[in-house]
Each structure stands twice: as structure tokens, then as C-alpha cells.
Design a protein around this ligand. Structure first.
Ligand code: UD1
Length: 430
């Protein structure tokens, strides 16, 4: 479970990294966090047990399972975290603040609960470290489908008889918003069309899962998704797609340390924007259907310009890692963040490691320094922590990254995998 209260923060694990070793070796990519969370939420829609495999062992996954269990869902899993979920006996349609505050993606139970049970009380997620992150589009979409939704006492309370298919045009491209309404629509009466939908691979993975349970969906992966509602969904077995952000993070780590790595169980077709930027930085990248390899040939990277945007554009979840890379590259690179308004906290920490980065509005101008220097740094959010770990791997000396519970939310066994790539890293218990 993610820790969050001030008292709990006093004793938290840290990562101690001795930088300067070029990464070398082969690791497996884990299942995608951002596909697993909606897929687990979608199991609420099924009238029969469902088995999900390639589930990564992450704090956010544990939180989702706790949330489902609190609703009366039976969840069993083996040591490889093949998760069997049986949502036939749901007796509580509430997502409490204690869970939602540790993981915003808890909002993903809203659509499934209303669609299957006609009611949901989901705590409002509120702000988070990287920005305001409102959920107005989730709420408006459900209202358009005929749900009665009020926001009171910090909860979104939604009630409906059967949801009605409708035409929704999103004002902004939203990943979990698209997922929530797609899940709501699969059990609605009639056809729902989602326009300006998010096109992330995780949306397609969720749609594939729903289709395997009997949902009728077309167009997932494009900006127009059509869903024809069905009466019920059956059980199935499903394997989650590989995590493109985890994969990209290790590729950048190799690039920053002048290393050479191979990642198996990968899905390189989902990483095009990241691969292009790594090549621009001077990396040799090769890939096949389910593997990807990067060789930096001992060179220092060239700084690159990036601009985050919805898929297939450059992912905001890789922004912090590229800031870290630009910080020690040759030349000047700009990083423009267009999705979240407050996603540069890692920059302040990178500056403590000697980085020369200026923030100008939503752009970070990175003037590469020859060598980053080790320093104690603090992780502020999930991807920021990844950026700091990468900086530590490339820096001279010992970097201590504090508050790594953020990284445990989204990276499976990170120190073990980095060990496998010969990095010098160890977890220091708090
Ligand atoms: C998801 C990912 C997260 C990633 C993000 C952007 C999951 C569990 N999380 O987050 O890792 O960084 O996509 O790729 O998949 N917005 C609104 N109103 C809404 C919803 C969103 O204005 O109702 C805005 C947000 O403030 C933000 C933008 O839309 O500026 C995109 O956010 P969104 O795609 O919804 O992010 P998440 O789904 O929360």
C-alpha cells in the first residue's frame, strides 16, 4: 500500500546508487501498469470469473486489488501474480478516500460500477504532485449517458438505471476518461461513440480485454471509438501488454551510462516517439517483434528537443527521464510539457546534482553538463523518481534517492532489474 501521511513518511526506503557504471545485460519488461489498472477495474463488469496474467507486482496494483476486495470482489493470485478476479458477489459500490488518495487511477471503478450496478460512490481524487488533474470529463460523459451524478462531501455519487448509448466528444484527450466511458458504454443500451478519444496502446489493450469478455467495440487505438452495448460480459483469460514506459526508462538509462542493453517481452511498436529521440541522441537501436536493444557505444548522448503530447506523440511519462538525459548530454535540449502543468519538480532535484536547466513557462531548457554530481535527492512523483534514479546512475559518486515509494508504485523490482544490468544500486530501508 502506498504510504502518504506525514507521520508515515518519516521512515521510508531510499535507493543508494553508485553512478558511473555503463549498463550492460538483458532484462524482461513487466506488464504495463497503465493497462493493468483499467483491466482490473473492468473485471467489475464481468458476470463470471476472469484471469489476468502478466500483472506487474506494483504498489498501484496492490491498491487496486485492495479496492476491489473492499467491494466484495474475490481476488486470488499465485506467486507470479496471475490474478483471478471474481466480481459476482460485489456488495459495496464505494471507493473510499483512503484508497483514492494514494492512487488517482481508483477513479477507473466509476464507469464499471455505474454500468453494472447502477450506482457508484467514488471519492474525488483531488490534486496531485504533477497538477490539478480534474475528472470533469469522466463525470460529464456519464451524465451524457443518462446517469444522475452529484459531487458532494468529497465524493462523486452516480446513479443510473441502465446507461444509454450516446455521442461524446472529449474537450481534451484523456486516457482514464476514455477508459472509464468505454467501460461504462459496454453494458449501456445502444451505441456510444467516443470522439477525440485517447489512442494510447493501453486503451487498445483494455478494449481487447473487454472484447474477449463479449463487448462490442471498434476503433480503439483511433480517435473515434464505437461501442455497441451488450447485456452482460462473460469470463475470460487475458495477458496484459508490456509496459512501454518501463521499457523506455531502461533504454534511457542505458543511453545515459554509455551502455548496451536488451529488453525482452517488449512491444517496440508502441515506443516509436521515444526510439526516434534516442536515435537522435546518438543511440543505436535495434528491435524485433518482442525485443528491443540499445547500444550507446560508450558515447555521451546529444541533447534532444522533446514536446509531450497524447499518443502517438512523445509520452509525458517519459519526460522526466529525458530531462535527466539532456542534463548530462552535449548541447542544449528543450523539453516542453503540454499535458500536465506542474511536471518539472525533478528539475529542481536535478539542479542539486549540478544540472543546468532553466524553466521557462512549460519549457525546460537543458544545457548539458559534462558530468552530473551525486547528491541526496527527493522523489516527488512516480516518473520524477525514475528521472532521478537515471541521473544517479550516470552521476559521479553516491546518490541517495529518498521517498522511493513513488517508484514502487510503477516500476517492478527496479533495483533487481538494474542489478541485472550491472548497476550499483541498493535499497536502504527507512
Ligand atoms: C493517464 C496515465 C498517466 C499519464 C497520463 C497522460 C493511467 C493510470 N495514467 O493519466 O500515467 O501521465 O494519462 O498520458 O493511465 N483532464 C481534464 N479533465 C478530465 C480528465 C483529464 O481536464 O476529466 C486533463 C488533465 O488535467 C490533463 C489531460 O487532460 O491535462 C490529460 O490527462 P489524462 O489523460 O486524463 O491523464 P490520466 O488519465 O489521469
Amino acid at each position: 500500500m502506498a504510504r502518504s501521511g506525514a507521520g508515515e513518511l518519516a521512515n521510508v526506503d531510499k535507493l543508494l546508487i553508485t553512478g558511473g557504471t555503463a549498463l550492460d545485460g538483458t532484462i524482461d519488461v513487466s506488464g504495463a501498469k497503465n493497462a493493468t489498472l483499467p483491466i482490473l477495474a473492468a473485471t467489475l463488469l464481468a458476470s463470471e470469473p476472469v484471469t489476468v496474467s502478466n500483472v506487474p507486482q506494483l504498489k498501484d496494483v496492490a491498491t487496486t486489488i485492495t479496492l476491489l476486495q473492499s467491494m466484495g470482489v474475490q481476488v486470488t493470485f499465485d506467486e507470479k501474480l496471475n490474478v483471478e478476479v471474481d466480481a459476482t458477489a460485489v456488495n459495496n459500490r464505494c471507493a473510499p478516500y483512503e484508497l483514492v488518495k494514494t492512487m488517482r487511477a481508483s477513479i477507473l471503478v466509476l464507469g464499471p460500477l455505474v454500468a453494472r450496478f447502477g450506482e457508484a460512490d467514488v471519492s474525488l481524487p483531488g490534486g496531485c504532485a504533477i497538477g490539478a488533474r480534474p475528472v470533469n470529463l469522466h463525470v460529464q460523459g456519464l451524465q451524457a449517458m443518462g446517469a444522475h451524478v452529484v459531487v458532494e462531501n468529497g465524493f462523486i455519487r452516480a446513479r443510473a438505471d441502465r446507461l444509454q448509448g450516446t455521442h461524446i466528444v472529449f474537450d481534451t484527450v484523456t486516457v482514464t476518461g476514455t477508459e472509464n466511458l468505454m467501460m461504462a458504454a459496454v453494458l449501456a443500451d445502444g451505441e456510444t461513440v467516443l470522439e477525440n478519444a485517447a489512442r494510447e496502446p493501453e486503451i487498445t489493450d483494455l478494449a481487447n480485454f473487454l472484447q474477449q469478455m463479449g463487448a462490442k467495440i471498434s476503433g480503439a487505438g483511433t480517435s473515434t471509438i464505437r461501442i455497441e452495448g451488450v447485456d452482460s460480459l462473460a469470463g475470460t483469460q487475458y495477458k496484459v501488454l508490456p509496459d512501454r514506459i518501463e521499457c523506455g526508462t531502461y533504454l534511457v538509462a542505458a543511453a545515459m551510462t554509455g551502455g548496451r542493453i536488451r529488453l525482452n517481452h517488449a512491444a517496440p511498436e508502441n515506443l516509436e516517439a521515444v526510439i526516434l529521440k534516442l536515435q537522435e541522441a546518438g543511440a543505436l537501436v535495434e528491435y524485433g517483434d518482442d525485443w528491443i536493444a540499445l547500444d550507446m557505444q560508450g558515447k555521451r548522448p546529444q541533447a534532444v528537443d522533446i514536446r509531450t503530447s497524447p499518443y502517438p506523440g512523445f509520452p509525458t511519462d517519459m519526460q522526466a527521464q529525458f530531462c535527466a538525459m539532456n542534463a548530462m548530454s552535449s548541447g542544449v535540449g528543450t523539453v516542453t510539457e503540454t499535458i500536465f502543468e506542474n511536471r518539472f519538480q525533478h528539475v529542481l532535484e536535478l539542479q542539486r546534482m549540478g544540472a543546468d536547466i532553466q524553466i521557462e513557462g512549460n519549457m525546460a531548457v537543458c544545457r548539458g553538463v559534462e558530468k552530473l554530481t551525486a547528491a541526496p535527492v527527493m522523489a516527488t512523483d512516480l516518473r520524477a523518481s525514475a528521472g532521478l534514479i537515471l541521473a544517479g546512475l550516470a552521476a559521479e559518486g553516491e546518490t541517495l534517492v529518498d521517498r522511493i515509494y513513488h517508484v514502487d508504485r510503477g516500476y517492478e523490482r527496479i533495483e533487481e532489474k538494474l542489478h541485472q544490468l550491472v548497476a550499483q544500486i541498493k535499497r536502504v530501508p527507512g
